[in-house]
Write a protein that binds this ligand. Structure first.
Ligand SMILES: O=C(CO)[C@H](O)[C@H](O)COP(=O)(O)O
Ligand SMILES: [Fe+2]
Length: 252
């Protein structure tokens, strides 16, 4: 059976002037995790915020009691130098550090803010580094990246180098409120067929209209920004998204 449904509202669509309250409100409305979009203006053509803001909003949500628990801060790192910021985000209270495959393989970032190394960042090394700091590790792929790049990373017998979650982007990363790309779902199906226990997250354009397709493909971690924060009853939307995923568990 696939892992339980996890609904992770993306605070990208929240009112940034009231971010702490938005985080606690969405948890009270039934969210499981908070999806925290970090954008640097390089990897994607948009900017959000960094570790100091995460430190501040972290205090508005109780820490999870275990891996993947309620209140997990799922940090989606849309940044060009994913290795550089691991320590800062761990200190800020990130629980799941999800970096982009594309950024890791093209990055020359060092593991310190001084950034003196020119060595390429291998995804396996980065996953191990994240685990070493006590966080869960996620790896994300953009729409143009084939899922095949992940097989070698997921097949690895070295447990600390294997990600806990794969994020399949269902929009081009950078902005909330875009249209869902159903063309990305075969990646989810292929991942679920090979890895029944893996956390598979989808992000971008998820709503009551698109959730059935994503759940049928096997996604269990559902990010929703505009659909939750734009709703008159966010709790009802969160419940419907969860029901759609839970009703398929065991059938996949
Ligand atoms: O990573 C993201 C954008 O790059 C966001 O998490 C995502 O777009 C959520 O917003 P929405 O549900 O409105 O599409
Ligand atoms: Fe995201």
């Amino acid at each position: 059976m696939s892992p339980p449904a996890v609904i992770a509202p993306s605070i990208l669509s929240a009112d940034f002037a009231e971010l702490g309250k938005a985080c606690s409100d969405t948890m009270n409305q039934g969210a499981d995790w908070l999806h925290v979009d970090i954008m640097d203006g390089h990897f994607v053509p948009n900017m959000t915020f960094g570790a100091p803001v995460v430190t501040k909003i972290r205090s508005h949500v109780d820490r999870p009691t275990g891996a993947y628990g309620r209140g997990t801060f799922d940090c989606h790192m849309m940044i060009a130098e994913p290795k550089r910021w691991v320590r800062d985000f761990q200190k800020a209270g990130c629980d799941l550090y999800c970096f982009h495959y594309e950024a890791a393989v093209s990055s020359t970032a060092a593991d310190t803010p001084a950034g003196t190394s020119t060595a390429k960042t291998s995804p396996k090394e980065l996953i191990s580094f994240i685990h070493g700091l006590g966080m869960q590790a996620g790896i994300a792929i953009k729409p143009k990246t084939p899922v095949d790049v992940l097989w070698d990373i997921l097949e690895n017998p070295v447990k600390e180098e294997v990600p806990d979650m794969v994020l399949v982007m269902t929009v081009e990363p950078g902005f909330g409120g875009q249209s869902f790309m159903a063309s990305e779902l075969p990646k989810v199906t292929a991942l679920r067929e090979r890895y029944p226990d893996l956390h598979i997250e989808v992000d971008g354009g998820l709503s009551e209209k698109t959730i059935d397709q994503a759940a049928d493909a096997g996604a269990n971690v559902i990010v929703a920004g505009s659909a939750v924060f734009g709703a008159t009853d966010p709790g009802e939307v969160i419940g419907k998204l969860r029901d759609a995923v839970e009703s398929r568990r065991g059938k996949l």
